[in-house]
Design a protein around this ligand. Structure first.
Ligand code: ASP
Ligand code: MG
Length: 404
């Protein structure tokens, strides 16, 4: 098998929600196989299986042990691999299912949020060599002790891209029920435009800041290994979005903005105090994913996903009494992020975004900046309205707004 001929297809849960859909995907995979492509398939759990398994665990206990939860959740993807392999075989081409462990995916030992450390895809390669279509379970691997781990919600994208990189495949096709990446979530903004091409950094920023089409960690793997991602619709024809290494993309929007996304799952931690306890707070926060943050010497201001701090009381209880009495934790926080090359370095962009929000009576509680992202903090209930307001200003009618 020539490496340049390998392509990884990843199918998401909604594309796999019925036996009919699985059979249709099997036909599609076989069509690519017959065109001469060496196709490896990565699958998510069928439909809403992962949520149902989570509910099942919670109906037994309020605090499921992490190890058992990973064993339970990883089984959703295993079901998909077996059923998909059967469907492909039935349609006339040999196929074989693989768990994450069976296809050599090694991860860190953090249950529920493991990271892929390495992939030794010998068995997948051997299958491809033998003309057998490998069907790999997304979202999972094994740690150095052989324990099953999962990669966090949406982790099948990461499996697919990391597998493509390990196989030396130039491309990974990620199939979902939407035909690409849009300038905003089309369910929120009806004028959102499909983007033909995006750079890795643009896609990674959009995903980190709330675009759910792709997992940010998958994009990070793609960027590091130079794998092109094609985001496309499962049964949706010829239109799709290419995510690749682009130097800069000319965008006909104010400040070269590619897109707007938002998150509804944030906490804001604010602390102003003696420098000693500030260092302590930063140390306490080290294990958490900080979406945005600033400060450090005498103050800290940070946005943290609620997936990381699920229970503020428990988080606060873990702090020293001195910190606890002075820290301000706002729980109903959301964000609207504007992504574009250089947008975060441009003070005019921040003022422009604020005006767009104010015009719609959306109160902003400040902005965070990274070089390519401007993040406005808004009340959680106003995230959708904020995305629409900012999308209108930067993307729909940029020239009118600038002229005004
Ligand atoms: N089934 C897992 C989830 O729902 C992983 C995935 O779909 O990517 O998060
Ligand atoms: Mg997904």
């Amino acid at each position: 098998v020539q490496r340049s001929n390998i392509v990884v297809h990843k199918y998401g849960g909604s594309s796999l929600s019925s036996p009919e859909k699985i059979r249709a995907i099997a036909e599609q995979v076989i069509a690519a196989h017959r065109r001469g492509e060496a196709v490896a398939v990565v699958v998510s759990a069928m439909g809403s299986t992962t949520n149902e398994l989570l509910d099942l665990a919670r109906s037994v206990t309020t605090a499921p042990p992490e190890r058992e939860l990973d064993t339970l959740l990883s089984s959703g993807e295993r079901i998909s691999t077996a059923v998909m392999a059967m469907a492909i075989e039935r349609a006339g081409v040999p196929a074989a299912s693989f768990t994450g462990g069976q296809c050599g995916i090694r991860t860190t030992d953090r249950h529920g949020a493991a990271r892929i450390v390495s992939i030794e895809p010998e068995r997948v390669l051997a299958a491809l060599e033998a003309g057998v279509i490998p069907v790999v379970a997304g979202f999972q691997g094994v740690d150095s002790q052989g324990e099953t781990t999962t990669l966090g919600r949406g982790g099948s994208d990461t499996t697919a891209v990391a597998l493509a990189a390990a196989l030396g495949a130039p491309r990974c096709d990620i199939f979902s029920d939407i035909d690409g990446v849009y300038s905003a979530d089309p369910r929120v903004v009806d004028t959102a435009r499909r983007l033909e091409k995006l750079g890795y950094w643009e896609m990674q920023s959009l995903a980190r800041h709330g675009a759910r089409v792709l997992n940010p960690r998958a994009v990070e793997h793609a960027r590091r290994h130079g794998v092109d991602i094609h985001a496309r619709s499962t049964f949706g024809g010829a239109r799709f979005t290419v995510i690749q290494d682009l130097e800069s993309t000319d965008r006909d929007s104010v400040f070269g903005v590619a897109g707007v996304s938002g998150r509804r799952d944030l906490l804001r931690l604010r602390y102003r105090g003696s420098s000693g306890s500030c260092g302590q707070l930063l140390a306490d926060l080290r294990g958490y994913e900080l979406l945005s943050h600033r400060g450090g010497e005498t103050s800290v201001d940070a946005l943290v996903p609620t997936t990381d701090i699920a229970c503020t009381d428990r988080f606060a209880a873990g702090l020293s009494p001195e910190l606890r009495s002075e820290i301000d934790i706002a729980a109903d926080v959301g964000s609207v992020a504007v992504v574009g090359l250089g947008v975060g370095d441009d003070l005019d962009a921040a003022a422009y975004a604020r005006r767009a929000l104010e015009r719609e009576s959306i109160s902003t509680a400040g902005c965070f900046t990274e070089p390519e992202v401007l993040t406005c903090v808004v009340p959680r209930a106003q995230v959708d309205a904020g995305i629409r307001a900012v999308h209108r200003a930067f993307i729909d009618e940029p020239l009118a707004e600038v002229a005004a």
